[in-house]
Ligand binder design. Structure first.
Ligand SMILES: Nc1ncnc2c1ncn2[C@@H]1O[C@H](COP(=O)(O)OP(=O)(O)O)[C@@H](O)[C@H]1O
Ligand SMILES: [Mg+2]
Length: 283
């Protein structure tokens, strides 16, 4: 088996190897490509003196689902937050490296615009507690200045349908968002994210607080959503990563250890450490 450094070196080189040469290699996967929707290069992220990410380079192909796996504290959430500029909100935080969305520097854009284009769903469903189901979904639209009632209704319905929640709530839109079950609340939060028409959705363990039936609803939803959106999901659940993602990135102690097509990662990872993690030998 190759060492981590050998793999990182080979993967770095891969992204500059001409296509014809690449296709002669065992697997066509390109871990860092300028053609991808989001490209992270040499990301280092810190909380004060704590370094949470170390030279992470990987890119996210459009209309795909990328799963991020790895033991607690390895930097998965920090990586997500660096993508939509939520890392910088934390006092004492710092980040270096480059991150682009459609080849444009994310850190040169307006941060509010970045978070509109790159939405986020958190582990614990967090509907606005004082708002109705309708207003939870409409909140972002209203903040962006949409006032027309008919248009708001239209977008709220469309978003709830996309989040596979409409049939369950269409007769109770004025009920409080927090009157819903946990699984419904999470789909409500997904609808709220979809309402402002993001291009990318970051999900940080979106199903880990949910029961199995709600979890499978979220997984089906992810499958539907990737036709239209680009999705990055952090998960502790290996079966879930295998089921929902096209590509899987394994992080360990702040470094990206291995990144490949999900089927390769789960059937023939290049590194023993990846295999050990995936098979539950540590974590
Ligand atoms: N707000 C914070 N302040 C200080 N350190 C943090 C903060 N959030 C995360 N960390 C540290 O950064 C590292 C990565 O954390 P995180 O990205 O949350 O990991 P994961 O999501 O993989 O569990 C850990 O060592 C964690 O303790
Ligand atoms: Mg986390």
């Amino acid at each position: 088996m190759e060492s981590v450094l050998e793999i990182q070196e080979r993967q770095k080189n891969l992204s500059v190897v001409p296509a014809a040469v690449q296709s002669s290699l065992s697997n066509n996967f390109v871990p860092v490509s300028d053609n991808h929707k989001i490209v992270a290069r040499d990301i280092n992220a810190y909380f004060g003196k704590v370094q949470a990410l170390r030279n992470v380079s990987l890119s996210i192909p459009e209309n795909s689902v990328v799963a991020i796996i790895g033991p607690s504290g390895c930097g998965k959430s920090t990586f997500l937050r660096s993508i939509n500029r939520m890392h910088e909100i934390i006092p004492g935080s710092r980040i270096t490296g480059s991150l682009t969305l459609d080849r444009k520097d994310i850190y040169q854009m307006d941060a509010v615009m970045v978070r509109k284009r790159i939405g986020m769903v958190f582990q614990k469903p967090n509907p606005f507690p004082t708002m109705s189901i309708f207003d939870n979904v409409a909140a972002g639209l209203k903040m962006n200045g949409m006032r027309k009632k008919a248009r708001l209704k239209e977008v709220v319905e469309k978003s709830l349908r996309q989040a596979a929640l409409w049939d369950e709530v269409k007769d109770s839109l004025s009920k409080s968002g927090i009157s819903l079950s946990g699984g419904q609340q999470q789909r409500l939060c997904i609808a709220r994210t979809l309402a402002v028409s993001p291009e990318v959705i970051l999900m940080d363990e979106p199903a880990s607080a949910l029961d199995p039936i709600s979890t499978s609803k979220i997984e089906e939803l992810i499958y539907e959503l990737k036709k239209q959106y680009t999705i990055v999901i952090v998960t502790h659940n290996m079966q879930q990563a295998a089921r929902v993602s096209d590509f899987t990135a394994f992080f360990y102690l702040g470094s990206l250890i291995e990144y490949d097509e999900t089927k390769t990662m789960f059937t023939s990872p290049r590194l023993k450490r990846t295999e050990d993690y995936i098979t539950g030998r540590f974590g």
